[in-house]
Design a protein. Structure first.
Length: 150
């Protein structure tokens, strides 16, 4: 429900959208970055590395003859791509957090302004009410005087 409230506030303040929000590359980078932190990815990577090592240590087919040079290259390549993707995803999250914060601040300002407007209307109604009470009192006294004279 809180997410719906935040989205409603953001939709109300569409000018707060950032350019990075619409980039397909940024969307894909964020999906990859989210995948890198999942238990599924970690387990799958552990299984692949284990198979790789077992195949090269005890297997008949040694496709990585040096002590895991290709495995090291694969990890280095993965890290070279993962780090910028994770940074891009963090940047996007920071932008979203900033937008939410700005939308919340604007929403609080709108609430404060509405509250101030209501307070001003209430004061005006109280003044009008006081004026009417004074007029009624004056008219009552005037009617009372006229009745007493007759």
């Amino acid at each position: 429900m809180e997410k719906n409230l935040k989205e409603a506030r953001l939709n109300k303040h569409k000018k707060l959208k950032t350019k990075i929000e619409d980039s397909w590359f940024a969307l894909m980078a964020e999906k990859f970055a989210r995948l890198f932190g999942t238990p599924f990815f970690l387990i799958a990577q552990t299984v692949v590395v284990s198979i790789w090592m077992i195949t090269n240590i005890v297997g008949v087919f040694h496709f990585d003859p040096m002590p895991f040079i290709l495995l090291n290259l694969a990890f280095s390549t993965q890290a070279a791509y993962a780090a910028p993707l994770i940074l891009l995803a963090q940047t996007r999250q920071t932008d979203r957090d900033k937008r939410h914060s700005e939308a919340d601040a604007l929403h609080r300002e709108e609430i404060a302004q509405a509250s101030e407007d209501r307070a001003n209307i209430t004061l005006e109604l109280l003044r009008t009410n006081q004026e009417l009470i004074l007029k009624i009192d004056a008219l009552t006294k005037e009617v009372h005087e006229k009745i007493m004279k007759s």
